[in-house]
Design a protein around this ligand. Sequence first.
Ligand code: FE2
Length: 389
Amino acid sequence: MTEICRIQNVELAGEGDYIILHREGGGAIRFHALWLRDNALDVRTRSPQNGQRLIMIDDIPLNTKITAATLDAPDRLTVEFQPEERSVSYSLRWLQEHSYDIAREHSVGWLDSSVEIWDKALTNRVPTADFETVKRDKEALAIWLGDIRRFGFAKMTGGPIKSGALLGVAALFGFVRETNYGKWFEVRAEVTPTNLAFTSAGLQAHTDNPYRDPVPTMQILYALENSATGGDSLVVDGFKAAKCLQERNPEHFEILARYNARYEYAGQSGVCLQARKPMIELEPDGELVGVRFNNRSIAPVTDVPFDKMPDYYVAYRALSEIINDPAMAVSFRLEPGDCFIVDNTRVLHARNAYSGHGTRWLQGCYPDKDGLLSTLATLEQENLGINDA
Ligand code: FE2
């Protein structure tokens, strides 16, 4: 975000097509007439009740020009628009917070500054919170949710040992998505498993349900019993794995981002879930935003050209080897009442094989990440005093 500075003066430029705000200490930021008009915060453009926009883009004349721009009060800029003959006042702080006149030097696979990638070295500082503390203390909740945004996973300890208690964790920040597995699902060895997750076999680190579109964005896995030998949980940072792949061979990264894989699940009567998505997902500006990896759910890949298929398989295998590298994994044991949450668009999870002695009973559910980020943003605004006005 652009640093907030005092504005010394405003200059009208480009025959009224844009203005230039000159900042104290040097530097200037520009705003176009059409952008300013579109983002007017007056009551005829934005609802004062809910902040939603009241006009369509077509309502703004394409030949909109600025005829005057004045710094007329502390933190205020008033702009006159023609041909609408409209005068709109802006907060200078708000304008600087929403500046788009900034240098962008993004390379392919760049990461947002809120993200920190990690490997096994994080084992000794796994982000963890106590359920009862987070339930009563908003600041502790904000720290825990902030850790999930930063690292893509976190543990929680000390929850109730009761079937369905995982919904109480999701309710701390948002809402659960119901799927064909139910509002929540059982993870324990079944006699006739509908999914290999419901056996005692070890599982390769994976993201869940890549055959859904949209994919479940978060997952909670909550332990109710765990006296079996083995069965420790482990997590791998998919962003770290993708960046390692890119460092070793940028072409491997590029081919997995460029071509779609296919994923499918039809292991239950009446269910045939299919998705066509890349293993490495980039935004149009190259930001790394997603990893989908699941050896059990991949379907025949048919979107890669014949000549590229050998390279695709080399890259796919190279990514798998990085994911399997023990130096990438953080592992931990869940006691009854403990759980962990992963950002399923980024962090892979797994468990080691466990023996038939003792029991291992987990429950899982899929809360949505947008609700988590919404709660976190609200808590952060409260802490900053933005809502105090
Ligand atoms: Fe899973």
